[in-house]
Design a protein around this ligand. Structure first.
Ligand SMILES: [Zn+2]
Ligand SMILES: [Zn+2]
Length: 362
């Protein structure tokens, strides 16, 4: 008889899963199991888990590759409860994080270059087969087990709840700012979209000393962008006059928007050699008139989370500069309501589940 999620591993575990394959994505209490702690494994009690927009897409099977039952969650902060005999970097009681990845081949050129996020054999934190053939389950659960290579050390002064979203939203924006050279003081950086990713991008870019322009479709978030998040200027992308006034003014743009939108006006805002970096993922292909790239030798690129070494570096940077996400902390039984609100962008800017205090384990 095939083993079930509840019996395939020796350690009982509890989470909230979407089990219906009718794509409603409703989450409910779910019994499953976690593997025993092996030599290089770190086991943690999950304290907080951020709700990433990917979680929403996945529980509803909007990308077409959800394998129910699914426990989402890849912005996981917890406390170490057990370590394997060969674990070197952690001890019981340490505060730690687990992000989007829990495995990779560890031997390809990408892995050797600390770019596990580009390894073709990477194992994501939920909804994929792990090396042992069982499926991975994410952080909307009371416990987590991962090889220590995929566990990051939590800086002492970084809040556990509002810091959790950094494990996805933080590294997703920090990595391209670094890689594309937008991390220098005085650099003119645009951030498109002010949601979970965008608001963190603004804080990261400001901490690097950049001059930050938020580019948004409407005026509604202007005051907040300038006064609360510390952006230097605000540009309404639907206002031709404002766009004209800012032509050729930015060194780079981080585009966090996952709704279909035109990148043509954004390319116009770039200086020669400017870079437009996509980190949101619209479902429909972009329309890019090539002349808009040729003139000014502009670059259109993309970025996807970051490697483990860089994730640790990002957390340490965030702790040093007091960067956290703006969050609304919720009990786990509020998660379906939170998903409904997320659909409407009714959150400033990230929900974080208080797993440690509200997830019942029976
Ligand atoms: Zn995410
Ligand atoms: Zn690899």
């Amino acid at each position: 008889m095939a083993k079930s999620a509840e019996t395939e591993h020796p350690v009982k575990a509890y989470g909230w899963a979407a089990t219906a394959s009718d794509t409603t994505g409703l989450l409910s209490p779910f019994k499953f199991s976690r593997r025993a702690t092996s030599d290089k494994d770190v086991r943690l009690k999950v304290l907080y888990c951020g709700i990433c927009h990917s979680d929403l897409h996945m529980i509803k099977n909007e990308w077409g590759f959800t394998n129910y039952p699914i426990i989402p969650g890849h912005e996981i902060v917890g406390e170490v409860t057990e370590i394997g005999s060969k674990v070197e970097n952690f001890k019981v009681g340490d505060k730690v994080g687990v992000g989007v990845l829990v495995g990779s081949c560890r031997s390809c050129a990408r892995c050797c270059d600390n770019l596990e996020n580009h390894c073709t054999k990477q194992v994501q934190t939920y909804n994929v087969p792990n090396f042992d053939g069982t499926k991975t389950y994410g952080g909307y659960s009371e416990s987590m087990v991962a090889d220590e290579h995929f566990v990051v050390r939590w800086p002492d002064n970084l809040p556990l709840d509002s810091g959790a979203p950094l494990l996805c939203a933080g590294i997703t924006t920090y990595s391209p700012l670094r890689h594309f050279g937008l991390d220098k003081p005085g650099t003119k950086v645009g951030v498109v979209g002010l949601g979970g990713l965008g608001h963190v991008a603004v804080k990261m870019a400001k901490a690097f000393g950049a001059h930050v322009t938020v580019i948004s479709t409407s005026e509604t978030k202007k005051q907040e962008a300038l006064e609360k998040l510390g952006a230097d200027s605000f540009l309404i992308s639907r206002d031709p006059e404002q766009l004209q006034g800012a032509v050729s003014s930015l060194d780079g743009i981080i585009d966090t928007v996952s709704a279909t939108h035109s990148v043509v006006p954004l390319l116009g805002l770039l200086k020669p050699d400017g870079k437009l970096v996509m980190v949101g993922a619209p479902e429909t292909p972009l329309e890019v008139p090539v002349f808009n790239l040729l003139r000014g030798r502009k670059i259109l690129g993309g970025s996807n989370i970051g490697g483990l070494k860089e994730t640790q570096e990002m957390l340490d940077f965030a702790a040093k500069h007091n960067i956290t996400a703006d969050v609304e902390v919720i009990p786990v039984d509020y998660v379906n309501t939170a998903m409904d609100r997320l659909v409407k962008s009714d959150v400033r800017y990230r929900f974080v589940i208080d797993v440690g205090n509200t997830l019942r384990t029976e």
